[in-house]
Design a protein around this ligand. Structure first.
Ligand SMILES: NC(=O)c1ccc[n+]([C@@H]2O[C@H](COP(=O)([O-])OP(=O)(O)OC[C@H]3O[C@@H](n4cnc5c(N)ncnc54)[C@H](OP(=O)(O)O)[C@@H]3O)[C@@H](O)[C@H]2O)c1
Length: 293
């Protein structure tokens, strides 16, 4: 997509009060997820093996933009960790070739984020515990596409969560969304990405909507996205800090999934890149280093 090309070159350089995490604590003997024991040996996770025994319900994570280069990795990593996933996709045929087939824990359904919150609420339904948004506009002659997808689409998803009482939202946004306030107006990446339909401004306004909505959010702002495997460790910084750098999509997916498991990520905006010289830090350390928004 346009953002991919652009950033990889230019940046290279009270809804329901329960939350995903608190739900798992409050239902110690009847855990929501049916997570497999082997999948739960994660650092910092307070889900224990004992908690899964006899788990009667299966709660799902709804992933919007699940066929995308980052979205599909999020789906794969969620499934690998034992989550059930509802993949909300723009294009069902593409999903059939992009997403893992024959996985009983994966449900694929049509969910165009531009079609309004009512349809999205139907797709999210009552069995989704959290929504992860990894959408990004598809390049076209439509100059409003970034606004339709990266702004209104995200707003629609938040409104759909509100309709369904879903109180956990993870957004994949971008570093430099608030470039103007950071003194980065002349940063080539900021200029380039905004030339095409004010993409970063659209994303920033969607972020602001989420933050005012009351939903429990983690907004993840990665640097330029790479398809190659991780090179270097994850660096996590507060909002409006990073203006260059890149990161593997695998690591962005990992941060998204770990955010679902760590309450230290609640109500936070985190900026992430990867650096070879950076020390390896646990996700508890990384998320704890960021103040709540
Ligand atoms: N590229 C970068 O360097 C970079 C850097 C920082 C942040 N980001 C952001 O990171 C996120 C993920 O980027 P990516 O490159 O992995 O994305 P991507 O591969 O372009 O995937 C975007 C996904 O959004 C879906 N989508 C588009 N329009 C939709 C609609 N109306 N309704 C539902 N889904 C729709 C696409 O579906 P179809 O394929 O069916 O259209 C696709 O699954 C994006 O928000 C991007 O802006 C990118």
């Amino acid at each position: 997509m346009a953002m991919a090309t652009a950033t990889s070159t230019s940046i290279s350089t009270q809804f329901r009060r329960t939350s995903l995490f608190h739900s798992s604590l409050s239902t110690r003997k009847s855990h929501f997820f049916h997570l497999k024991a082997s999948s739960l040996q994660m650092q910092g996770s307070e889900i224990t093996e004992e908690e899964q025994v006899g788990a009667p319900q299966k709660k799902k994570i709804f992933v919007a933009g699940a066929t995308g280069s980052t979205g599909k990795r999020i789906v794969e990593q969620l499934l690998a960790k034992g989550f059930s996933v509802k993949a909300g996709v723009h294009d069902i045929d593409k999903a059939k070739t992009t997403l893992p087939g024959d996985n009983p824990n994966l449900q694929i359904l049509k969910a165009d984020v531009t079609e309004g919150s009512t349809k999205l609420a139907d797709a999210i339904s009552d069995d989704s515990e959290a929504v992860v948004c990894a959408t990004g506009f598809r390049p076209s002659w439509d100059l409003f596409a970034p606004w339709k997808v990266d702004n209104f689409g995200t707003v629609n998803l938040v409104d759909a969560c509100r309709k369904r009482g879903v109180n956990r939202f993870i957004l994949i946004s971008s570093i430099l969304v608030n470039g103007a306030a950071m003194g980065q107006l002349l940063n080539p990446a900021y200029i380039f990405l905004n030339i095409f339909g004010l993409t970063l401004v659209a994303k920033l306004q969607a972020e602001q909507y989420i933050r005012k909505s009351g939903i429990n959010y983690t907004i993840i702002r990665p640097g330029g996205l790479r398809n190659d495997p991780p090179k270097g460790n994850i660096v996590m910084e507060p909002e409006d800090t990073l203006y260059e750098g890149s990161i593997s999509r695998d690591q962005v997916a990992e941060v998204s999934v770990e955010a679902l498991l760590h309450p230290e990520s609640y109500y936070k905006v985190v900026e992430i890149v990867a650096r070879t010289e950076a020390p390896k830090r646990s996700f508890v350390e990384l998320f704890s280093s960021i103040k709540k928004g």
